[in-house]
Design a protein around this ligand. Structure first.
Ligand SMILES: C[S@@+](CC[C@H](N)C(=O)[O-])C[C@H]1O[C@@H](n2cnc3c(N)ncnc32)[C@H](O)[C@@H]1O
Length: 246
């Protein structure tokens, strides 16, 4: 019998999940950026800036951004740290193409490399990167622990991992409003802007299935990191986990 996993609230075969996720992002690739601004009222830009601040990137760093999509995080890093070498990567060619075109149009392609890859199986040697970042990507992995193990393996001894992801709000009343927004407004916005309500229903469901702050911290530590802290943003709707290898 096939092993099962979740795709949002649905149960699917483990080997099929990646294909389902691909369907979501291929469908929303063109309207992804507008939709991000609409559904977070632009706040995702601030969250990504905070992530880059916390990365504490030094001169001449080699940085891997996993699940880059249209490249917001890679752009912030390659523009602010001109001496760094930034790898913009994604499993989905449509999303990566949007990012690559944007890097040419917005001139951040000089120190940026592009690579289509699965974050659960990184095609890099051990201890290659100074910093690894992943924004709103881990939630979509079939095997999150495999991904975290790979991130640990590919970081240098003094390397740092930063995970920006939706998480669990702390306040109960706030949580109720957030649920109402997620399951009523979000799919409608998705229908109106991306012509795809189902993908945004998946977004809301996948957030509920993702480990909360403490559970993700445990998973990060289990993959070998020596230290992991997290910072709640917007009452914990979003969290940034910062993990140091040493
Ligand atoms: C919500 S988008 C995030 C894009 C960007 N990081 C941002 O914050 O705007 C999630 C991205 O994760 C990618 N993704 C999903 N599973 C992946 C995997 N196993 N390996 C690499 N990328 C993956 C998707 O293709 C998609 O582009």
């Amino acid at each position: 019998m096939n092993n099962k996993t979740h795709f949002g609230f649905k149960e699917v075969d483990v080997e099929d999940k990646q294909q389902h996720v691909k369907g979501v992002f291929s469908s929303v690739a063109e309207s992804y950026d507008i939709m991000n601004d609409a559904m977070t009222a632009g706040m995702h830009r601030i969250w990504k800036k905070i992530l880059v601040e916390l990365a504490d990137i030094s001169e001449n760093s080699t940085v891997l951004d996993i699940a880059s999509g249209t490249g917001d995080i890679a752009k912030l890093i390659s523009k602010e740290y001109l001496s760094s070498s930034v790898f913009m990567t994604d499993i989905n060619m449509e999303m990566l193409n949007e990012g690559r075109n944007r890097s040419i149009n917005e001139s951040f392609n000089k120190n940026t490399h592009f690579c289509q890859l699965n974050g659960e199986k990184l095609p890099f040697a051990d201890e290659t990167f100074d910093v690894i970042t992943i924004g709103f990507g881990l939630r979509n992995f079939t095997d999150k622990s495999a991904g975290l193990n790979e991130m640990f393996r590919c970081l240098k001894g003094d390397g740092r991992l930063l995970i920006l992801e939706f998480s669990k709000p702390k306040n109960k009343a706030f949580s109720k409003i957030y649920d109402w927004y997620s399951f009523n407004i979000l799919p409608r916005l998705g229908s109106m802007i991306a012509n795809d309500g189902d993908s945004y229903k998946y977004l809301a469901e996948s957030i509920r299935m993702h480990p909360d702050q403490e559970s993700l911290k445990e998973m990060v530590l289990k993959s070998g990191f020596n230290d992991c802290k997290f910072y709640n943003l917007l009452n914990g709707i979003v969290a940034i986990h910062v993990a140091d290898r040493r």
